[in-house]
Ligand binder design. Sequence first.
Ligand SMILES: Cc1cc2nc3c(=O)[nH]c(=O)nc-3n(C[C@H](O)[C@H](O)[C@H](O)COP(=O)(O)OP(=O)(O)OC[C@H]3O[C@@H](n4cnc5c(N)ncnc54)[C@H](O)[C@@H]3O)c2cc1C
Length: 553
Amino acid sequence: MTQQQQADAIVVGAGLAGLVATYELTRAGRKVIVVDQENRNNLGGQAFWSLGGLFLVDTPEQRRLGIHDSAELALQDWMGSAGFDRDDEDYWPRQWARAYVDFAATEKRQYLHDLGLRAPLVGWAERGGGFADGHGNSVPRFHLTWGTGPEVVRIFAEPVLDAERRGLVEFRFRHRVDDIVVEDDMAVGVRGALLEPTDLERGKASGREVVGDFEIRAGAVVLTTGGIGHNHDLIRENWPVERLGPAPKTMIAGVPAHVDGRMLGIAEDAGASLVNRDRMWHYTEGIINWDPIWPNHAIRIIPGPSSIWLDANGDRLAPPNFPGFDTNSTMKAILATGHDYSWFILTQSIIEKEFMLSGSEQNPDLTRKDLKFAAKSRLAKGAPGPVAAFVEHGEDFVVADNLAELVHGMNKITRGPQLDLQKVERIISARDANVDNKFSKDAQLMAITNARQYLGDKVARVAKPHKILDPEHGPLIAVRLNILTRKTLGGLETNLDSAVMRPDGSVFEGLYAAGEVAGFGGGGVHGYNALEGTFLGGCIFSGRVAGRAIARK
Ligand SMILES: Cc1cc2nc3c(=O)[nH]c(=O)nc-3n(C[C@H](O)[C@H](O)[C@H](O)COP(=O)(O)OP(=O)(O)OC[C@H]3O[C@@H](n4cnc5c(N)ncnc54)[C@H](O)[C@@H]3O)c2cc1C
């Protein structure tokens, strides 16, 4: 440290990636100043709200459930999903992808295990586009953290708070970074605005009134400021119209207001290379939160495969666009109608077994690590409490005893064309006529049968095939599904040390980036598509790399 430097490193952003980088730096005895525009209540950022799903490969938990996985299969799936096709912009992301899949198949589980995290349940997310070498997970790999997002945060926050007590870490909350201080082509610090103090609860949108300014200098600057998910202007500006169709008119926000994407522009202005900005990961199964925490708060349904999925015109989505299979392909199909919403039609039996809501607060049993409560709410009759509350209060839900009433209710909340009852009835009856045999020509029913070959799905996630119009399984439920904004797949280009690159391919000395702001590594480790559970893991891997690289200097 020189005289001017107040710490070995400044970490901008106290979300998961920032905490991991800080943890690694303090383990090596380095002094860190952590700066965040929000208050201390928000420590951990988005990760606190997350479900805690983690992409892990070839684990004892998978083996126990009869899943054969391997690093080779995972890499095949990753590359098939990523579809890297850009010589320049995908140079580092390709290398990050290999390194990250290797981490997920080797050290990752032990690293987290040593810190006290357990992830015993294995779900099958993003089942894919239909071809073995294309998009999707060939096997279940979505390991659910016991304790969900708060537990992922806890295992890094606790040692960092301990380091704070020992004087190695200093937090500066309500400090918004507006500029990176660059001298002799090297990042030497940050400057910005002091925001008015607040004691608002976690997740609430805070004020932006400026009460002062600041400048801090250190040996290195690490940007861990998250993505653009709450900034719908920036999302529209970068929306890949030629790939997915026009940007949705109505979008609901799957992330808190602090996920504002400002730092991407600030870093670019300072000379950083920003790549793959048109790659994003938003969901098509968004529902409006009846009990919101942040503005325009949306919740994602993580669906099992059985709901009938209709577009805004009432046409059934074509394979592989079944619930939970291929997010981007489904997005494209929905937007191709000229509307920005779609419909699930399902039964009470399906909702009880198949609806999971993404978010720590939507899964109090898992978040509180309450085994008894979890067994009761997941396996007993009736939908889990938070799901039932949405059915009762959510403005996107319609419940009815027969199809005519259901379609009438859907037509009352539609944002587009009125649905034709006869057409909907024809589609569902044709599908129902394929349920009488164990085999079928209906691709969705085939997929359901296949899913139930996996024990985890059969027990907890996929309803036994039944006729949608069978009153025994009623009442009927319809859900209006909105586009929910969440993840930024592109970002600041970084090398395998998480050092930020300049557009000319040289290293931006002194500047590092990790987590979502760096496209979870490299400026876009996912390419075009994610395999899920890869975001928390991407923050952990890239934050760890950044912390260790700076500590080595
Ligand atoms: C509801 C929900 C469920 C999710 N579920 C999963 C899941 O199951 N599995 C998975 O892998 N991923 C999941 N994710 C995604 C994952 O949680 C995020 O991608 C990840 O936590 C991002 O972490 P981060 O540290 O990069 O950024 P963030 O958590 O966004 O933290 C960035 C921090 O930087 C601060 N900041 C930003 N700009 C500035 C500035 N200019 N000055 C100072 N401070 C600034 C912000 O205030 C914030 O505290 C979920 C996300 C949500 C919201």
